[in-house]
Design a binder for this molecule. Structure first.
Ligand code: FRU
Length: 483
């Protein structure tokens, strides 16, 4: 039997839906078996969004990298995931790594990194492909056969973009220096093929040994480079995961290959489990999906024992304001709402507010702090808990997962400015939690694996009387999967 038998694997996926394990999320994309990571190949064609993602259908290790594929019109109804692209020749025998998607003459095209390792030496080739009616990607030509002079074998994750009517791609790379250095390269399409324009200059110094998964975006007159640097040290209020996912915003000059007047590096998400995001630009919206997981931390995710690992985030719509990216859940997700209970409390008298959540909830809260300097929002699963606490004096949010028994624990801390009202929109799925603060100014994503199969309680407490707590808790429906 073939190692990657599309028919057999697709049948096994179909048999695995609907997902039943209690740690399987209901409104996040995930797989009944195998390990998923980066979203890939996102594009819109003929009325449908196409979402691909990295998938090892054969186990819970970072091996056998294939692409899975789903389609959706509304981010609520999805086609059943299928195996779409898999290693099949000497170029991609060690993995069909990440890449982007685009639509050309009505066809869904993909552009990905072929990973081949021989005697420990990587030969990364960048190749095109075309999605076929039967759901598999037909591999087309290789457009860049290897990493260029001065770049190691860590050369991957091409992302196409347009400027002045021309096509370019940005790609993650490692400069081959005494101390390997993370960077991105840009290529331009010419009539003779793809021309390497070289490294994009930035003001970032000493910024890690590898940059993965770049995206080049355009917001009004600003350009934004999203990328995932590896090798940064953790600091008091940022860079607290092993690897980061963030961006710089500025002005891209393709003539001088310079990202001019750019902001400092800012993270896209302050939680524990967010990496390798990809952005699809469609009808003026920048729609981002991320991987809910973290490379080189597999031991922190207990679902591997059940044969599957990881999730993708909800789709988030990005906007850039004063050099900062705001992320909000895509409006389409409102269609998941079933029924709600209102929260409307003159909290003066109460020291603690409690509400029991649904099996899948969206919490919308405005907390007017009044005299309180410290407010905590606890997701309690019986005695287990994940605690969000905001301290006005230090203007810092702390997320503490040490109260959970299973999976990754620890603390994440980030700066966040709240004047009078702390605003929270939180999606609580079976294991995935995504919290949007201050209308998307800051976001934190994480996976929690409660020991007990119970619906969590949300507890709000403060060190002094809160003025008011108002909002709504929605019960959310699950994603629908149709053949
Ligand atoms: C990021 C990444 C990419 C690579 C892919 C392989 O998570 O390491 O750089 O293309 O995963 O699965």
């Amino acid at each position: 039997m073939e190692k990657f038998d599309k028919k057999a694997i697709d049948a096994k996926v179909a048999a695995g839906f609907p997902l039943t394990d209690r740690w399987h999320n209901r409104f996040h994309l995930e797989m009944p078996f195998g390990l998923i990571n980066d979203p890939n190949g996102m594009t819109f064609a003929n009325g449908e969004y196409h979402i691909f993602y990295q998938w090892n259908p054969l186990g819970c290790e970072h091996k056998n990298k294939c692409w899975a594929h789903v389609k959706t019109r509304d981010f609520v109804h999805y086609s059943l995931p299928e195996l779409s692209l898999w290693p099949s020749d000497e170029h991609d025998k060690d993995g069909c790594y990440s890449g982007c998607g685009f639509t050309e003459k009505g066809e869904v095209r993909v552009f990905y990194t072929c990973n081949a390792k021989n005697d420990g030496v990587r030969t990364p080739a960048q190749r095109l492909g075309t999605l076929q009616a039967d759901g598999h990607v037909e591999k087309d030509e290789i457009v860049v056969p290897d990493s260029p002079e001065g770049i190691t074998g860590h050369f991957r994750d091409p992302y196409l973009f347009h400027r002045h009517g021309k096509r370019y791609f940005v790609i993650g790379a490692q400069a081959d220096e005494e101390k390997p250095r993370g960077t991105v390269l840009i290529y331009k399409e010419t009539k003779d093929g793809w021309q390497n324009l070289g490294e994009l200059k930035t003001r970032l110094q000493d910024f890690g040994y590898m940059w993965e998964c770049p995206n080049m975006l355009h917001f009004g007159s600003y350009d934004t480079l999203i990328f995932c640097p590896q090798g940064l040290e953790a600091r008091e209020f940022d860079r607290q995961n092993i690897y980061q996912a963030g961006y710089i915003a500025g002005h891209l000059s393709l003539d001088s290959m310079d990202m001019m007047q750019h902001t400092k590096f800012q993270e896209l998400d302050h939680g524990f489990d967010f990496y390798a995001p990809q952005v699809l630009q469609h009808e003026g919206r920048h729609i981002m999906l991320g991987w809910m997981g973290m490379p080189d931390k597999d031991a922190e995710y207990p679902t591997s024992e059940k044969g599957w690992m990881y999730s993708l985030t909800l789709p988030r719509v990005l906007t850039l304001r004063q050099g900062h990216i705001f992320s909000r859940p895509a409006a389409e997700l409102k269609a998941l709402r079933i029924e709600s209970t209102a929260i409307d409390i003159d909290a003066d008298m109460e020291s603690s507010i409690l509400t029991r959540l649904f099996d899948g909830s969206e919490v919308l809260l405005d907390i007017t702090l009044g005299k309180a300097q410290k407010v905590t929002m606890t997701l309690a699963y019986g005695l287990e808990k994940t605690v969000f606490s905001y301290d006005r004096t230090t203007q810092a949010m702390t997320i503490d997962r040490t109260g959970m028994k299973n999976g990754g624990r620890g603390v994440r801390r980030f700066k966040m400015f709240v004047d009078k009202v702390l605003s929270l929109q939180m999606f609580v799925d079976r294991a995935a939690v995504e919290a949007f603060f201050q209308h998307g100014e800051d976001v934190a994503s994480m996976l929690v694996f409660p020991e007990k199969n119970i619906r969590p309680e949300l507890r709000i407490e403060a060190d002094a009387a809160l003025e008011t707590v108002t909002g709504r808790v929605w019960e959310l429906d699950a994603f629908r999967f149709n053949p």
